[in-house]
Design a protein around this ligand. Structure first.
Ligand SMILES: [Fe+2]
Length: 223
């Protein structure tokens, strides 16, 4: 279960409405590399992780992403607060206003609604953690693009904080990946998708002939 602190992880105090920026930033609410996708991805993947440390990492980061989702929703709310329907229409948010008013709806910048197809939950810890590292880099790139588009220092400051957190998450997932690889390299740990190298190549990480990490053994057998 979760506890809730009645405060944002980082303050959001945007003085000037800017519906054009809101239209872009909402992609980090419900877009492919946004915070809703991140939180659902990590909080779903955690159940099949092989170590308590990895589960905890996914739990921690997935929870923080929910906090980021709250920050993005607050940003969009402040950027559209008090803007007239005509102002929203001029900013390209006429379609949005038609369906959602000025509430916060999970969609990408182009108006496509959130879909669970944005996330992968494969059940293989190596696969999932590589996806998570890529997801963090994609989120970082998106924040970079939003910083490029922002002409408001109040907004840019928050975006820079969120970009920095994605870098930290990428590093933590890298540590988790290495811990899982070490765990899988132990002889008495079995996975139901254990890969066996037909050429008896020796992976550098374990020294045995059962190769849990395909990329380490160099053979082409992906069975
Ligand atoms: Fe993240």
């Amino acid at each position: 279960m979760w506890g809730y602190d009645k405060k944002l992880q980082y303050p959001v105090n945007i003085k000037n409405p800017n519906p054009q920026l809101a239209k872009f930033i909402i992609s980090q609410y419900g877009g492919p590399d946004g915070e809703l996708a991140a939180s659902l991805r990590y909080l779903s993947q955690r159940f099949s992780m092989p170590t308590e440390i990895t589960k905890a990492t996914l739990n921690d980061i997935g929870t923080e992403e929910l906090g980021h989702l709250e920050m993005i929703g607050t940003m969009v709310n402040q950027l559209t607060r008090g803007v007239s329907p005509e102002g929203l229409r001029k900013a390209g948010l006429g379609d949005y206003y038609t369906d959602h008013g000025v509430s916060i709806y999970p969609q990408n910048a182009a108006g496509n609604p959130f879909t669970a197809s944005y996330i992968g939950v494969k059940g293989d810890p190596i696969t999932d953690l590589y996806e998570d590292m890529a997801a963090e880099q994609k989120a970082r790139s998106t924040y970079e693009y939003l910083i490029d588009l922002s002409d408001d220092p109040d907004v840019t400051d928050i975006l820079k904080f969120l970009r920095e957190r994605e870098v930290v998450h990428f590093q933590r997932f890298g540590e988790a990946l290495r811990s899982v690889q070490e765990k899988l390299a132990q002889k008495k740990f079995y996975m139901n998708n254990l890969h066996t190298c037909p050429n008896n190549n020796t992976p550098p990480s374990c020294g045995c002939q059962n190769v849990p990490i395909i990329s380490d053994c160099g053979c082409q057998n992906n069975n």
